[in-house]
Design a protein around this ligand. Structure first.
Ligand code: PLP
Length: 350
């Protein structure tokens, strides 16, 4: 890491912040008479404020992820963690951020909301990581760089060595979004946080863990980064219902379901490749396939008419002519292919 300390790139007002504290932070016992928070005393399971530090959930995640609890930040989806990166590290109208493109849309939206310039760098040939161009896009005010791996919507992962090189050369925080890491063969970069304290790894419970409706995202990072993010977040950002349900759901293993998605990904890719209007199925390490077709809008509309919704990426620079298709259950995937078979027959007649 080229920056001297993490603190040296935190916004001055954030570094000087005295965070909101609750009276319960000072009480360590189990039982008590809680007359400190103006809650209702009548028990219904939700009358008390939730734990702002999410200690129990962090203990569970710590075991699952093999990282210390002090290296885990839990957000209201990864989207909260993305927004916090800007609020902690970027002075509005002054600092900027760099991201690969095409990639996840929220980086740009969060930058715009925080009045931070986003410098997008198009991926290279075959959606490869253009390390030199990314570094050249930085200046003295670049505080954040976003790399999504496996990348949404292209589906590919980037080489670990390249990402580590970026962390070493870049003089800011490198955010590595691993929303789809559970579907990839590649190892997570979580293990590199200790040696590269300017790496923040984002993971989510929304994809492989099947909890998109609960809104839980993780930032796995250096202890100091987690500490500052925690001071800036809303104190009770994770509600009691979500905490209870996620703790329960995390005890169900996901390995079989992830394995099924990965094997279905191969089946669907092969089937798609046989269709005359499919020009290319991009290799994927995620739970979706990016598919280049001869007429993306027409096929999109055909599927919609059949009640099948995919993501049309035709108007995204670098993804012209593509649809992004999520892998569903085997039955859903059969429906998709059947519908596309019908479209193929129709287009032959045409
Ligand atoms: C789906 C997705 C997320 C998940 O966001 P949540 O707010 O945790 O649901 C994060 N990053 C990428 C690239 C995604 O595709």
């Amino acid at each position: 890491m080229k920056i001297q300390t993490i603190e040296s790139i935190v916004r001055a007002n954030i570094a000087a912040l005295s965070p909101y504290s609750t009276a319960r932070d000072e009480y360590q016992g189990e039982l008590g008479v809680f007359l400190d928070a103006n809650e209702s005393p009548y028990q219904n399971g939700y009358n008390r404020y939730p734990d702002p530090h999410q200690k129990r959930l962090k203990a569970i995640l710590s075991k699952k992820k093999g990282v210390n609890a002090e290296n885990i930040f839990i957000g209201n989806g990864s989207d909260e963690a993305i927004d916090l990166m800007f609020r902690v590290f970027c002075e509005p109208a002054e600092d900027n951020a760099v991201a690969i493109a095409p990639s996840y849309g929220m980086y740009k939206v969060a930058a715009a909301i925080n009045n931070v310039q986003m410098r997008e760098v198009q991926l290279g040939e075959g959606y490869s990581l253009p390390c030199e161009v990314l570094l050249a896009a930085c200046d003295g005010h670049t505080r954040l760089m976003f790399i999504c791996s496996p990348n949404n919507p292209t589906g590919n992962s980037f080489p670990r060595e390249s990402i580590l090189r970026l962390a070493e050369e870049f003089e800011g925080m490198l955010v590595v979004d691993e929303a789809y890491i559970d579907f990839a063969e590649q190892e997570s970069l979580v293990g590199a946080i200790a040696s590269h304290p300017n790496i923040v790894v984002l993971q989510t419970l929304s994809k492989a863990w099947a909890m998109a409706g609960l809104r839980l995202g993780l930032a796995l990072a250096d202890r100091r980064v987690v500490e500052i993010m925690s001071q800036v977040k809303y104190p009770y950002n994770i509600n009691q219902a979500a905490l209870q349900i996620v703790e329960e759901l995390l005890s169900n293993p996901i390995d079989d379901k992830v394995a099924e998605i990965v094997s279905e990904r191969k089946v669907v890719a092969e089937k798609l490749q046989e269709l005359s209007f499919v020009e290319k199925v991009y290799p994927s390490d995620a739970n979706f396939l990016l598919v280049k077709v001869d007429d993306a809008d027409a096929i999109y509309n055909h599927l919609i008419a059949d009640g099948i919704i995919v993501r049309n990426r035709n108007r995204v620079r670098g993804c012209e002519g593509t649809l992004r298709v999520t892998i569903g259950t085997p039955e859903e995937n059969v429906k998709l292919i059947k519908s596309l078979d019908v479209y193929e027959k129709k287009s032959v007649v045409r």
